[in-house]
Design a protein around this ligand. Sequence first.
Ligand SMILES: [Zn+2]
Length: 523
Amino acid sequence: MCPSAEITAAVLVSQDSLVFRAAFSAQILSVQSSFLRSGSSYQVGQPVSLYRILKKSLLRLLAAMGITGAITGSINQGAWRVFPGLMLPDHGGESMWNAFAYVPLAYKMQYASQDYVKRFQEKRLRYIADFAYRNTRLYKEKFRNAGIKPGEIRTLDDLKKIPITSKAEVKEGYPSRSVAAGFSEQNCVIESTSGASGSVLRVLHDRYAATRMRAVSLRTHLAQGVRPWHKFCILCRDPEEFQEYEKMSLLRTQGIMEGRPDTELVEEMQKEYPYILAGHPSAMVALARAVEKTGLPCTPRMILLGGELSLPWHRTYIEKIFQCPTYNKYGAYEMISIAWECKYHTMHIDADGGIVEFLKDGEPVAPGERGEIVVTNLWNRAMPFIRYRLQDIGIPSDEVCQCGRTLPVLKEIEGRCDDFVVSPSGELIPPTRLIAHFFSTPHIRQFRVTQKTLDYIIVQLIPHQLLTENMENQLMDNIRKAVGQGITVELERVDSIPETGRGKFRTVISHVNVDLASSRATY
Ligand SMILES: [Zn+2]
C-alpha cells in the first residue's frame, strides 16, 4: 500500500543511530541526516540538508563570478525559496526545503486505505502519548490524575481515556510544564495564537514536526492547483509578515499590505497581477469592495481563504466580484494544517497530521451532527497537543469525495465557540444570522457585535456619512429580532474597532461561556 510511509515511521522511533534517508520521487531527491540522541529520542537537528548544499554551491558560484553584496545577501535571507505557500515568515528555511522530501509521502497518504491511515495514526499516537508523558509535566500529571499509563494508549479507541486539554492549561504551563524537555524557543519554530480575549499562546513546533506538517500543507496547494511558477500574492495585516515577503519580492510570491486606501490597493493589485490571491476572508471582502467601488479590474484565477472563519456570504461576494473560485482552509497554529478544500469543494481532513475528534458530551458525534473539535497533533514533540480543545464546532461527514481522496471529510466549520450569541433561554444564535443584517444595510464601514453578558449586547459601528438614522434604526430592529427577547441591544458609533490579535478580525464575540457541544443551535 504505502511501504515508504512505514519505513519512515519506523526510522522515526529508532534510537542511537545516524539515519540517512533518501526519498526519490518525481525529480525530488533529498538526502539528509538526522542525529537521534539516545534515551530521550530527541532530534538534535539536521546537519546536512539539500537546502544547505544547494545554497552553499550557489553562493560559491556567485562569488566565483564576482557577484556579491545585495544578491548574495538576499539569497542568505532566504529569498530563493521559490515555492509559494511554503514561505511563512516564522519558519526556518531548512524545514521548508526539507518539506519537499516528504511531499511524495503526503501525496500517497491522501489515497491510502482508511485502514492504513488508522494504523498509521495509532502508531504515531502511541509514540506521541509516550513521549508527552515522559517529557512534559503537563501530560505526566494529566495521565497520573486520570490513572492511566501511556502504555495503555494503543488504539484510537483508547484515546477517550486521555482527559481533554484546554488552551488555558497549556498557556498557564508555558514554558516549564507545556514544553517538552530539550526544546525551547531557540531550537523550535515559533507560532503564536490569539485567544478569545486577545490573549496570546506561544506555540512551539520542533523542526521535524514543522517539516512534516509543511509537507502536508504543500499537498493542499498542489491539490488546489497552485504551481511554483504562479504569481502568488498574500494579503498581510502584520507589517513584519509583509517585510518577510518583501525580501522575496524578486520571486513569484509577494505580500500586499491591506488596510490602505481603496484605489491604492487595487492599483497595486493591478501592478502585481496575481494569479493566486490568498488572505483572510474579511480582508478579501474588503478588497472585493474596493474593486467594486473603484471599478478597476482585478482578475486573479484562484483565491485561497484561511486564518479565520469564512462565512457563506464572504465567498459568494468574493466569487461574484473576482469571478474565480475560492478554496477554504481550516488550520490552527497548534496544528498548522487541519482541513482544506479540494477542487470539488470538499473539506478533507489531514488525518496523517493529526487526529480530529468531534465530541458532544464527551462522546464522538455521528456523521452530520455538530460536535466540538478536539485535536491531537501526531508530530509535534516540542509542545505536545493531545486531545486539545480548539474551541471550534464542526460537522464530520461520511461522504466520499469524487476526487478519489480517502482522507476523512469535514462537512462544515461553524465558527469559534464564542462567535455564537447565547440567548437567556440557552439557545445559540449563529453569527451568520446577525452578520447578514449588517451586510444588507448599506454604508457601514465596519462593525462588531459583542455579547457582554447573557442579557446585554453592544453593537459597535463605524458608519459611513451616508448612513441615515432610518437605516440605523431598521438595522437595530433586525438585530433585536434576531437575538430574541430578554437581551438588551445597544448601539455605539465608534471610530475604530480593534483586532482580536495577530490579524484575526472577528465580527461577533460572546463573553458568555457555554458548553456549546451540548447546547442547541437555532437557525
Ligand atoms: Zn476531494
